[in-house]
Design a protein around this ligand. Structure first.
Ligand code: F6R
Length: 618
């Protein structure tokens, strides 16, 4: 979703701002802009569409100056037009603001300011911040002993009036040696340089410029000059800040021989699984070992219920986790959409442990659900990929995925890493309870074999591409699986719809008879995920029902399954693995299927329309 960059120092700011915005592209956006302060005053350049459009504009009319802010916008209030793109100004071009988040009461502030004669030019909620700060600045006097105090006073006065969330950066035409930033609910980091300082909504734009970063916390305001950073809390005053080391893997290392990040990340999965398991499997104790749960084994043993909360693909991983943990550890698990959990009031006893599952660690709904559960006194843990993200920082403990940056908007490697972490958790909880040493060891062996099995699974790519060529023209797909592979059906359908814009539905296979079977016709392929296992025969019966109604059938089955080959129109084989680990393997052909269909339909695979990598609004 929206991204922020800022620079103040001795160099021209535009190159850093543009490079930084490119590094934030993966978050998803639909317009972009920069504001630069130089000898010619405060100048703004914006565009609807891609950053390249902004770069092209700046070739014709470059913006010179050593202070600047930039933004990629993902439209919430107001269309994705140039006028609605950030930075916004106060009407008189005395200040410029970039803002991530949502100002909920923008309409009433706008009406009040309009009543006082201020003219608004955009349809955004963010413009009220620029106008309000400009308005407040008119009534504060500069202080003799602190050149920036009145600027902070004006920003603070404006923030006191808004309701909502913000990560924001402000530059002032008449104060070209300072940049002010503030955060509430939307992340911001300051990069500490030498004679220059940087600002960004996550660490990735700062890689290569500094390895010292300061994470701003909610309610903090930062005054950033070329050689100084002052941080204060809106109520509590001056804050002592500490710079942390740049997280390893904050940088996107680029495409290495693949056409798209999504395909590269699909192929990275054997390695990302290894990374998720590295150092976490103990053959000596036949269990999994996690360093950061911040609970003793005795406290963990006392947990009598787990709530797994997440959104989207991460929610599908949570469903896989539910099957795994209930099967292997016998602990009741509830999976909740974070967006629902935050407003529900489920009766949960104190021994309930919450896991928030998230790739980005910034998903607004997941963060809000975590805070709500924390407020109720539950211990909260995160299963998260991005180090130092808001959820990673706010949870009481957690497990990092170590999957490396995921750039493709459609999540792939983070999903399989989440599933493998949940499998290790199931082993851990199982071994705290009834699971024998031998059973634990067998699970460890199965987990250790997974990366090689996933590597082998990916050899189906050419076969999947052929299947894609045959069905890419279809406008509806059904995905069916049962038990451990019910979430796989949901995930396969989500992958297809988000990157190829084809309508797809995932169902537990037996539910088909209760409605979706009405959709079956010769133009609607049904994808059955049916590796060997307890429910194989049942799913086979559902497959026959679809065949009997003339629907094309694509099957993901275990190697050597001749029955599936006989009945299906297309079979994609995967290696045999333990039933409970099959979701980690059988999702890979579905990721590839979605990928190839999207490419064949000419879709922008890594940046699908309307989607954002990191969903930081409700
Ligand atoms: C789909 C996808 C999204 C995310 C969801 C949650 O491919 O990536 O559905 O899974 O927006 O994001 P995180 O995991 O960052 O909380």
């Amino acid at each position: 979703m929206c991204g922020i960059v800022g620079y103040i120092g001795h160099r021209e700011s535009s190159p850093f701002l543009l490079e930084g915005l490119r590094r934030l592209e993966y978050r998803g956006y639909d317009s972009a802009g920069i504001a630069v302060l130089g000898q010619n005053g405060l100048k703004i350049c914006k565009t609807a569409g891609r950053i390249q459009g902004l770069v092209d504009k700046l070739i014709d009319t470059p913006l010179a100056g050593t202070v600047g802010i930039g933004h990629t916008r993902w439209a919430t209030h107001g269309q994705a037009t140039e006028v609605n793109a950030h930075p916004h100004h106060d009407g008189g071009s005395r200040i410029a603001v970039v803002h991530n988040g949502v100002i909920e009461n923008y309409q009433s502030i706008k009406t009040t300011l309009e009543g006082k004669g201020r003219r608004f030019y955009s349809a955004t909620d963010s413009e009220v911040l620029a106008q309000l700060i400009g308005y407040e600045l008119e009534s504060v006097e500069p202080s003799a002993d602190d050149p920036y105090r009145h600027l902070v006073t004006a920003v603070k006065a404006a923030l006191d009036q808004v309701r909502g969330t913000y990560g924001l950066a402000v530059v002032f035409r008449d104060y070209p040696d300072v940049l002010i930033a503030a955060r509430l609910g939307s992340p911001l980091v300051v990069g500490i340089g030498t004679g220059e300082n940087f600002l960004a909504s996550d660490a990735s734009p700062l890689v290569g410029h500094t390895d010292r970063i300061v994470y701003l916390a909610d309610h903090q305001i930062a005054v950033v000059t070329a050689d100084r950073l002052d941080v204060s809390h809106r109520e509590a005053g001056q804050v002592h800040w500490n710079a942390e080391a740049m997280p390893i893997n904050a940088a996107d290392s680029g495409l290495s021989g693949f056409d798209h990040y999504m395909l590269q990340e699909i192929y990275e999965q054997p390695t990302s699984l290894e990374n998720a398991m590295r150092g976490r499997l103990s053959e000596e104790h036949a269990t999994a070992v996690f360093g950061g749960l911040n609970l003793t084994p005795r406290q963990m043993r006392g947990v009598n219920r787990l709530v797994l909360t997440a959104c989207g693909t991460s929610w599908h991983a949570a469903l896989v986790g539910e099957y795994l943990i209930e099967e292997l550890a016998g602990i009741p698990v509830e999976v909740e959409y974070a967006s629902e959990l935050r407003y529900r009031n489920p009766p949960l006893d104190p021994e309930t442990l919450l896991f928030a599952i998230t790739q980005s660690g910034e998903t607004a709904d997941t963060l809000a659900a975590l805070r709500e559960m924390k407020r109720k006194g539950h211990h909260t843990l995160a299963i998260c990929n991005v180090v130092g993200s808001s959820i990673a920082q706010e949870a009481d403990g957690g497990i990092y995925l170590h999957a490396g940056p995921e750039v493709g908007v459609a999540s792939t490697k983070a999903y399989t890493s989440q599933c493998v972490v949940l499998a290790m958790l199931a082993l851990y909880f199982g071994r705290l309870r009834h699971m024998s040493f031998d059973a634990g060891l067998r699970i460890i062996e199965s987990l250790q074999a997974l990366p090689a099995q996933l590597e082998k699974t990916l050899e189906v790519n050419d076969r999947v591409k052929k299947v894609a060529e045959r069905y890419a023209h279809c406008n509806n797909f059904l995905y069916m699986g049962r038990q451990f592979n019910f979430p796989t059906a949901l995930e396969g359908a989500l992958k297809l719809k988000e990157i190829s814009y084809i309508h797809a539905e995932g169902y537990p296979a037996a539910e088909m008879k209760h409605g979706p079977i009405a959709l079956v016709d010769e133009h609607t392929p049904s994808v059955f995920i049916m590796p060997h296992g307890k429910v194989y025969d049942k799913v086979m019966a559902n497959l026959e029902e679809v065949k009997a109604r003339g629907g094309p059938v694509i099957v993901v089955a275990c190697e050597g399954d001749t029955d599936a080959a006989r009945l299906a129109d297309e079979v994609i084989y995967t290696p045999h693995v333990e039933e409970f680990l099959q979701p980690i393997i059988s999702v890979a052909p579905l990721q590839l299927l979605a990928y190839h269909i999207a490419v064949l339909r000419g879709c922008d695979v890594d940046k699908p329309r309307n989607l954002a990598k990191s969903v930081t609004v409700e």
